[in-house]
Structures are given as C-alpha cells and as structure tokens.
Design a protein around this ligand. Structure first.
Ligand code: CMC
Length: 372
C-alpha cells in the first residue's frame, strides 16, 4: 500500500470522472466535460446536475434558481453568531462554525429522507455565500447587504460582498470559477464528508468535516498561500530566482502538483488560466504576469504544472476578494459536490472503516508506575 491512499479506489460514484486519455486529463461531472460546463452552463445549472444527476430543463432551472435565491437569507441567530465571533477568526473557521449552528437550529436535523436531505443540501448551497459575505462585512465594520433575489448565485455574492452590482465580466468569472471548483471526485474534503456520512451522521456534521479538511494548505488552503507567494515575488523578474531557491531548499511551491494529474495539466487550471488572463486584460495584469513567470520557472526547474488553486489566486485578486476569503470561495463552489456525495453515500451506504498496518512495538511487558 502506498502512503496517502494513493490510487486506492475507496467507493463507487456516478458524480464525477477523472481519467487520463491520450496524454490529456478528462474531468466530467455526471458525464459532462468540465470544459463544456465551464463555458456553457451556470453554477446553478451545475449544482442541479450534481445533486439530481441530470441537466435541468428550462423550467426546472428556473424553479431551482428561485428556490436557492429564497433560501439565501440567514436566520437572525446566525447573524448574531457572525457578530459575536472575534474579527480575527479565519473565515473558514466561521463557515464551519456557522454550518454547525445551522444544524442546531434545524429541528429536523436527524431526518435523512431523500426530500429532507435535498432540502438541507439546497439550504447549505444557498447560504454559504451569505455567511461569507456577511462575516466579511461585519468584521470590517460595515453594514450587511441582504441578498438580492433577482441576481444569479455568483452576482449576488459579489453584490453582498462589495455593496455594488458586479460587471457582467466579474459575474461570469466567479460563476465559471464556482463551476470549476464544484466537484472533484474523492478529494480529501469530499472523502471526509463521505466518511462522516457513512456513519449516518447528519448532513451538517458531514459538511463541517469537509469544511475543516478543505482549509489545509495542501488542499483548498493553497490558493491563499499562492497569493502570499505572488505578493512576496512582487515582480515577474523575481519569479525565477524565487522558484529556484524554493526547489533547491526542497520546499513546496503552492498551487503546483496534484495527486491525480501527474505529468498532465489539471484541466481546471487550463480554464482558470484563461479566466485569469481575460480578467487581467480588463483590469490589472500584475498578478497574472507574476503567475505566468512562476509557472514557467516551476516547469523549468521541476517540471511542475499548476493545479486549480494557482490561477484562482489572480482571478480572486482581480475580483477584489480579500486573500483570506479564497478558501471560502472554493467551499462555496464545492458545497454542491460535497452534498451530492453525502446523498450518494446515504443512499448506498456501508460504513467506511479501513484498517491500518501496525508498525509499532509489540507484546511489551507492563512496568508499574513506581518503576518507570
Ligand atoms: N512544489 C514542489 N515540489 C512538488 C510540489 C510542489 N507544489 N508538488 C509535488 N512536488 C514534488 C514532490 O517534492 C515530489 O518530488 P520528488 O519525487 O523529487 O520527491 C513529487 O513532486 C511528487 O510529490 P508527492 O508529494 O508524492 O505528491 P502528492 O501527490 O503526495 O501531493 C500535493 C500532492 C497537492 C499535496 C502536492 O503537489 C503539494 O503539496 N502541492 C502544493 C499544495 C497545493 O497546491 N495544494 C492544492 C492541491 S489542488 C487543489 C485541491 O485539490 O485542493
């Protein structure tokens, strides 16, 4: 067995497929290529696809959008919680705490019928952006901006965060970014959610497990670390020296490498690069140019290729999103994938309980406390 469960198949799924075909990586959600979904669908359409397994018809999408929009507002108790948390609390800690609190407010928390689980899933998808935007406004001493029913999921988040209607380019950029982050098979956070679901824990507990797991810098936390690197490098001219130094020191370069895309480009990174370039052309080119220089050097010195988190950083920076909200944006996208996996686990469940290979000492003689 390889460490880190590398290449281990831990469950069957119909939610997404990752494959390497003819030297190219394929990523499909429910059979649809991510490249098509990112270009042609909206986040709401993709969330519906992940949850229900089929692309919605026009009227189904309309109903789904209205339902999500109507679920956006937070109960007053959650707004109270956001007000009382210390303003230095990391927004991902806020997200998992608020998720847990939502569970405590749900009188049907233990009900796991299909209908009730879908209701809870839609509620979490709808409320995640509101939790993030409200907390950011509150911690920066500003008034909260209630969700606007008429805006799309992506536009509404930017509106609640910045207090003004986003441009069409900004809206489309976030929409595409959320689609690209929505699902990725058995990544660490989704696996954490499925393990919790396999014990028949409630959906909030499963999402708390996933949210906590996503935050780590080897997973979703990498995007914030990428931004730290872009700021430190500060100019494309300094990128090569920075990368060379890091690699010679045996350190990791954030936003590069991937367990399942070895030697091939992460398809999400390709699309995010395109998005970052397009946003840069309409705003500041600074972060994109530094990113390009780092990517070139990372390939030159260690044949490293960027992953989903690398170009996300310059996309978010150009959307005016603060660095410590980057992981939350990932979570806002991934919540639809997490909940789809939790539902899949509930509906075809067997407790996930693997074994460990014991490598410690054996059969030792007990020494009384007085003689140790
Ligand atoms: N910087 C420098 N070297 C790297 C990196 C990196 N970012 N990623 C992999 N390598 C090297 C590693 O040192 C090793 O080299 P060698 O064979 O010479 O010892 C080789 O590539 C294989 O690495 P590994 O540790 O076996 O790879 P892994 O599958 O265990 O780790 C990873 C995957 C994502 C944790 C790792 O690539 C990494 O730490 N990347 C930086 C953090 C990051 O960007 N995380 C976001 C992942 S994508 C979004 C998500 O799913 O959350």
């Amino acid at each position: 067995m390889k460490d880190g469960l590398e290449d281990v198949i831990a469950c069957k799924t119909t939610i997404s497929r990752i494959a390497l075909e003819n030297g190219r990586a394929i990523l499909e959600y429910r059979g649809y290529d991510i490249r098509d979904l990112a270009r042609k669908a909206s986040y709401e359409e993709v969330a519906y696809l992940l949850l229900y397994g089929e692309l919605p018809k026009k009227y189904e999408l309309q109903d789904f959008k209205i339902e999500l929009a109507e679920r956006r507002e937070l109960p007053p108790q959650i707004i109270g919680l956001l007000t009382h948390l210390p303003p230095y609390t990391h927004p991902m800690v806020v997200l998992r705490t608020a998720t847990s609190y939502l569970g405590s407010l749900d009188k049907k928390i233990a009900v796991r019928t299909r209908e009730e689980t879908f209701n809870k899933a839609k509620d979490l998808i709808a409320k995640f952006p509101t939790i993030v935007a409200y907390y950011h406004r509150i911690r920066t001493g500003r008034n909260i901006i209630p969700p606007a029913l008429e805006f799309s999921h992506a536009a509404n988040f930017l509106y609640m965060l910045h207090g003004e209607e986003p441009t069409k380019t900004a809206e489309r950029a976030l929409d595409m970014d959320l689609i690209l982050h929505a699902e990725h098979e058995l990544n660490a956070s989704t696996f954490a959610a499925r393990i919790a679901a396999s014990t028949l824990a409630d959906i909030y507990a499963c999402v708390v497990a996933a949210t906590g797991t996503l935050m780590g810098p080897l997973h979703g936390g990498a995007a914030q670390e990428v931004m730290r690197m872009l700021r430190e490098v500060a100019s494309p001219r300094r990128a090569e020296e920075y990368v060379k130094r890091k690699i010679e020191a045996g350190e990791r370069i954030m936003g590069f490498g991937h367990r399942v895309y070895r030697g091939v480009m992460d398809p999400r990174a390709e699309l995010l690069r395109y998005l970052a370039k397009r946003l840069a052309a309409e705003g500041s080119t600074k972060w994109f140019e530094i990113s390009e220089a780092i990517a070139k050097a990372a390939y030159k010195y260690k044949k490293l290729l960027p992953n989903v988190d690398f170009y996300s950083a310059s996309v978010y920076a150009n959307l005016g999103i603060p660095d410590d909200l980057f992981v939350n944006i990932f979570a806002m996208g991934r919540i639809s994938g997490w909940t789809a996996h939790i539902i899949e686990q509930y509906e075809n469940n067997r407790l996930i309980r693997p074994r460990a290979e014991y490598v410690g000492e054996k059969e030792k003689k007990f020494i009384p406390l007085s003689k140790r």
